[in-house]
Write a protein that binds this ligand. Structure first.
Ligand code: SAH
Ligand code: DHB
Ligand code: MG
Length: 224
């Protein structure tokens, strides 16, 4: 058994215990796969962690950057109390189309607004509107723009909000200061920005599992 096979087996074991079968989530994965979308969505146990975090803080307004087939979106939408909302952003029209169908099938379309287009544009538009701050932000799109997304996340949240960033370890490449990979460069820049930012308290956790070796950041927005 390779390390990866072991990580995957443990994810299956964990998900069997704490997630189980779910027609809407399983259907979203099947539809995304059938449409040829890349299978880079969060694992089921990661999706549940996002949902639990949202519930722990009583999130009513959640912002997601990077929808893909809306797998993580469904997890987040199901964390909402009545009247809550997820706004999710996706640049790829085909991904957005699959996502809309998956959200519909999951019965959460009424709670989710999908903004199609480059996230930086959508974020800039939101920033110009007089909207209520978000309670939680999940950043999971093109990694080279992570510093941009984090900057907007800070502008669009309030003290007590939580910002989660996916894929901050990328096989450990994040520790390579000489990497030219745009994703690694973007994430290293994000890390420098977060570390120097007095308005957040941040940590990052390395993970192994069905998606390999990666990690995520969790930031708490502090008083300003
Ligand atoms: N959060 C999803 C996975 C997102 S994968 C889940 O866990 O289920 C990353 C997504 O970000 C892809 O669908 C990709 O098309 C999208 N993306 C990439 N660049 C983007 C950009 N500039 N603006 C908005 N979305 C972008
Ligand atoms: C990729 C994107 C993700 O959001 C992820 O969790 C894993 C991989 C990617 O684009 O390669
Ligand atoms: Mg991701």
């Amino acid at each position: 058994m390779t390390d990866f096979e072991r990580w995957r087996a443990v994810d299956e074991y964990i998900c069997g215990l704490f997630v189980g079968a779910d027609p809407a989530l399983d259907g979203a994965l099947e539809a995304s796969d059938a449409a040829g979308l890349p299978a880079v969505q969060v694992t089921a146990n990661q999706g549940k962690l996002l949902q639990l975090l949202a519930r722990m803080i009583g999130a009513r307004r959640i912002l997601e950057v990077g929808t893909l087939g809306a797998y993580s979106t469904i997890w987040l939408a199901r964390a909402l109390p009545p009247g809550g909302q997820v706004i999710t952003m996706e640049i790829d029209g085909r991904h957005a189309e699959v996502a809309r169908a998956n959200l519909e099938r999951a019965g959460v379309s009424d709670r989710v607004t999908l903004l199609e287009g480059a996230a930086a544009d959508s974020l800039s538009r939101l920033d110009g509107e007089d909207i209520e701050p978000f309670d939680m932000v999940f950043i999971d799109a093109d990694k080279q723009n992570n510093p941009v997304y984090f900057d907007f996340a800070l502008r669009l949240t309030r003290p007590g909000s939580v910002i989660v960033v996916d894929n901050v370890v990328r096989q450990g490449n994040v520790a390579d200061a000489s990497s030219a990979d745009p994703g690694v460069v973007g994430t290293r820049r994000l890390n420098e920005v977060m570390a120097a930012e007095p308005r957040v308290s941040v940590t990052e956790i390395q993970t192994v599992g069905a998606k390999g070796y990666d990690g995520f950041a969790v930031a708490l927005v502090l008083g300003r």
